[in-house]
Ligand binder design. Structure first.
Ligand code: WTA
Length: 651
C-alpha cells in the first residue's frame, strides 16, 4: 500500500479542460449531491425519458427491520425505450453494438440502433408468444453474442425480469438459479465459442432443466449451428421464430421501482443471493456513471471486456452505454486467443477510445511481454479503466505506460453487484490518480470508514477500517429476491443505519480512498466473486470428504487463488487421483471458475472448543504468514496447526 506521498498522475491539460467534470466541477457537484440530494437527483434523473414524471425523489430507510429503498417511485418509464427508441431519430443509423467474435476470421458485426430496435422487438414478441408477461422471470444463459443484449432489452421491453447466468456456470448452478426465481423461460444458445473451444450450453441447459419444473421453456439461439439434442415439447428454435416475428413491439409502461433484473452473486454464507435492481434508479445511475467516469463523448467507441453474466456487463456493456446512445463493443472471446495481442488488435481494428477491463487480465497480459502490445496501433485510446479487484501498482504502471503510453488516465472503479454502478473512482478530468487507489466517491456517495470492532466512525485522515455507505444512491440494490429479511441482515445489521460493503478500506492523508479487499468470506478469483462457503458445500457433497474449509490466498495472476483444506472420511487415503477427482467435482458442481487451485489434506481443522473453524488461522497458513497467527489458545487442539503448517501446499 502506497500512501499520500507516492507518485500521482494529474489530469492532462486537455482532459482538465474538456472532460465532462473538471476538478472544480467535481467539488461543486459533490457538495451539491450531499447538501441537497433531492434536488441533485431530481435534475440528474432528467437524463432519461420518463413516460410519467415522478413527484417524490426518494423514500429511504436503512433501519434494521424496516429497510426500504425507493427512488422516483411514482415515475414510470421503459428501460428498453430509453436504450433504443429515443435514439432512433437522431442516431438510427449509428452503430449501437460492435460485435467482435471469438475467432477474428469470422468478422465483426456492426448493429445500428435501428437494427437493435428491430431485433429486440423480434425477441420481445417471441418471448411474449411463449407466454412471458410483465413481472415474469426469464433466465439468460448465453455466449457473448448480440442476442444476449437483445434478450435483456426484450425483457425490459415487455416488463419481464431477467436473470443472467454466466455461461461458465455448471448445469447445477443454472438449475438452482432457474428454480430460485421460478423462471418461465431459459434463453440459451447451442454452443458458446470461447478461446477456440466451445462450451455446450444447450446440453448444459438440458441437464439443468431436468431439475426444473416441466413447464419451463427453452429458447435456443443457433450460434455455431452444430447439432444439439432437441425436446419438441420444451425447446424453441429462436432463428426459425425470429424470421416471422414482427419488428415492432410497444414498450410496456413500468414503474420506476419495478425490478429490471435479478443477478445472483456470492455472499459470505449460504448459497448465492438474487440481487434485485430497479428500473428507474438503476438506469439513471448506470447512465450517469458511464458518461462521467469514462468521460464518454458522442461518437466515441467504448469497450468493456466483461461478460454480460456479471454486473459489469449489465451496467457497462448494455444499459449505461445504450442509455447514452453510445457505441459499445461486445467481445465474445478471451484476451489470449489466438494470441496475447487479441485485446490490442481489437482496440486497433475498431479504434477503441475507452477500454475497461479487470486487473487479472492486465496481469496475465503483462506477463506475456510488451511486444504483444507494441505491435498494435493504440493511438485511438483516450482512457483506460479497471474493475473487480484491487490493482497492484506494477500492473497499474504497466497498463498506464505500455498500453496507455502514459497519455491515458486510468479509472480504478470500485463498486459491487449490489451498488449497480461505480461508487468510488478517480474522474479523468478532475483527480490526480494514485496507482491502486479508488480515490474519490462518486456523486451522492457517502463513504464511511468504521472501526470494525466498535463500529464507530473513524474521522480524520488517515483512517483504516471497514467501508460502509451512509446514504442511499439511485443504483442501490433494492432487496434479495424472495428474501428481504436476508437482505436486511446481510447489509444493514453489522453497522446500524449504514449499508455495509464487506470491504476493508483506508483513507490516506489526502483523504483519498484505497480498497483493501473483502473482510468477509467472499474471495475474488480472477475478478470473479465467490463465496468460500459455496466451494465448501460442493466439497462436502463428495462422499469421500468429511469436512472442508476454503480460503483465498495471494495469486500472481488471479489476485486470489482457492485454497482448500480437506478432511477425508475415515478409511479414505489421500492421493493425487483423489485431488484431481475433487477438483473436477467442484468444477462440475459450480463451474470452472470455482476450480480449487490447491487442496491440502487436513487430518484435523483448527477449531474452537465450541467447534467453530478458525478461518483466520487457515488464511494465515495459506498466505504463508505464520509469524502473526494470533491467539491460538482458544483452540480445542493446537497441534493441528503445526501439522497444517508442516504440510502447506504453496511452499
Ligand atoms: C471488489 C464487481 C478494489 C470488492 C463490480 C467488491 C474492487 C467486489 C474493485 C465486488 C476495485 C471491485 N478495487 N476492489 N476497483 N472493484 N472490487 O460484486 O471487493 O463482482 O466488494 O462487482 O469486488 O464484486 P462484484
Amino acid at each position: 500500500m502506497s500512501d499520500a506521498s507516492s507518485k500521482t498522475y494529474p489530469p492532462s491539460a486537455d482532459m482538465a479542460a474538456n472532460a465532462h467534470v473538471s476538478a472544480e466541477k467535481y467539488e461543486e457537484m459533490y457538495a451539491a449531491s450531499i447538501a441537497d440530494p433531492e434536488g441533485f437527483w431530481r435534475r440528474e434523473a432528467q437524463r432519461i425519458d420518463w413516460i410519467k414524471p415522478f413527484s417524490e425523489v426518494k423514500d429511504i430507510d436503512f433501519t434494521l427491520g424496516q429497510v426500504k429503498i425507493n427512488w422516483f417511485a411514482d415515475g414510470a418509464l421503459n428501460v428498453s425505450a430509453n436504450c433504443i427508441d429515443r435514439h432512433l431519430d437522431k442516431r438510427g443509423d449509428q452503430t449501437a453494438i460492435i460485435w467482435e467474435p471469438d475467432n477474428p476470421d469470422e468478422g465483426a458485426r456492426h448493429i445500428s440502433y435501428r437494427e437493435l430496435h428491430d431485433e429486440t422487438c423480434r425477441m420481445a414478441n417471441i418471448l411474449r408468444d411463449l407466454g412471458v408477461a410483465k413481472g415474469d422471470r426469464v433466465v439468460i444463459y448465453m455466449p457473448m453474442i448480440p442476442e444476449a443484449a437483445y434478450a435483456m432489452l426484450a425483457c425490459a421491453r415487455i416488463g419481464a425480469i431477467h436473470s443472467i447466468v454466466f455461461a461458465g456456470f455448471s448445469p447445477d448452478a443454472l438449475a438452482a438459479r432457474v428454480n430460485g426465481c421460478e423462471a418461465k423461460v431459459v434463453v440459451t444458445a447451442d454452443f458458446a465459442p470461447r478461446g477456440g473451444k466451445a462450451t455446450p450450453l444447450k446440453a448444459n441447459a438440458d441437464k439443468a432443466l431436468a431439475q426444473c419444473d416441466a413447464s419451463v421453456q427453452c429458447l435456443v439461439v443457433r450460434r455455431t449451428g452444430d447439432d444439439v439434442a432437441w425436446d419438441d415439447s420444451r425447446d424453441r428454435d429462436y432463428n426459425v421464430l425470429a424470421k416471422d416475428a414482427a419488428t415492432s413491439c410497444d414498450p410496456v409502461t413500468m414503474n420506476a421501482e419495478d425490478p429490471l433484473f435479478i443477478l445472483y452473486t456470492s455472499g459470505s454464507t449460504g448459497q448465492p443471493k438474487g440481487v434485485v435492481h430497479s428500473s428507474g434508479g438503476y438506469l439513471v445511475y448506470a447512465a450517469m456513471t458511464h458518461e462521467i467516469t469514462f468521460d464518454y463523448h458522442d461518437g466515441d467507441i467504448y469497450w468493456c471486456t466483461a461478460d454480460v453474466g456479471w454486473v459489469t456487463g449489465h451496467s457497462y456493456i448494455v444499459y449505461g452505454p445504450l442509455a447514452n446512445g453510445a457505441t459499445t463493443l461486445m467481445f465474445e472471446g478471451v484476451p489470449t486467443y489466438p494470441d496475447a495481442s487479441r485485446f490490442w488488435q481489437v482496440c486497433e481494428k475498431h479504434k477503441v477510445n475507452q477500454f475497461y477491463t479487470a486487473p487479472t487480465a492486465i496481469r496475465a497480459l503483462m506477463g506475456q511481454g510488451d511486444h504483444f502490445v507494441e505491435t498494435c496501433d493504440l493511438s485511438s485510446l483516450k482512457l483506460l479503466g479497471t474493475v473487480g479487484e484491487p490493482i497492484n501498482p506494477e500492473a497499474w504502471n504497466w497498463y498506464h505506460e505500455v498500453v496507455g503510453k502514459g497519455n491515458c488516465p486510468v479509472v480504478d472503479t470500485w463498486w459491487q453487484t449490489e451498488t449497480g454502478g461505480h461508487m468510488m473512482t478517480p474522474l479523468p478530468g478532475a483527480h490526480a490518480m494514485k496507482p491502486g487507489a479508488a480515490m474519490k466517491p462518486f456523486f451522492g456517495v457517502q463513504p464511511l470508514v468504521l472501526d470494525p470492532t466498535s463500529g464507530a466512525e473513524i474521522e480524520g485522515n488517515p483512517a483504516d477500517g471497514v467501508l460502509c455507505i451512509g446514504e442511499s444512491w439511485p443504483g442501490q440494490m433494492r432487496t434479495i429476491w424472495g428474501d428481504h429479511a436476508r437482505f436486511e441482515k446481510t447489509y444493514f445489521s453489522d453497522y446500524e443505519g449504514y449499508y455495509f460493503t464487506g470491504d476493508g478500506c483506508k483513507r490516506d492523508g489526502d483523504g483519498d480512498y484505497w480498497i483493501t479487499g473483502r473482510v468477509d468470506d467472499v474471495i475474488n478469483v480472477s475478478g470473479h466473486r465467490m463465496g468460500t462457503a459455496e466451494v465448501e458445500s460442493a466439497l462436502v457433497a463428495h462422499d469421500k470428504v468429511a469436512e472442508a474449509a476454503v480460503v483465498g490466498y495471494p495469486h500472481d495472476i488471479k489476485g486470489q487463488g482457492i485454497y482448500c483444506y480437506v478432511t477425508l472420511m475415515s478409511g479414505e487415503e489421500p492421493s493425487e487421483e483423489l485431488r484431481k477427482e475433487l477438483r473436477d467435482w467442484v468444477r462440475n458442481e459450480i463451474g470452472p471458475i470455482a476450480s480449487p487451485d490447491l487442496i491440502q489434506w487436513a487430518p484435523g481443522l483448527p477449531k474452537t472448543r465450541s467447534g467453530k473453524i478458525m478461518r483466520r488461522i487457515l488464511r494465515k497458513i495459506a498466505e504463508d504468514d505464520y509469524g502473526t497467527l494470533g491467539d491460538t489458545s482458544t483452540l480445542a487442539d493446537p497441534s493441528v496447526v503445526d501439522d497444517l503448517i508442516g504440510n502447506r501446499m504453496n511452499k
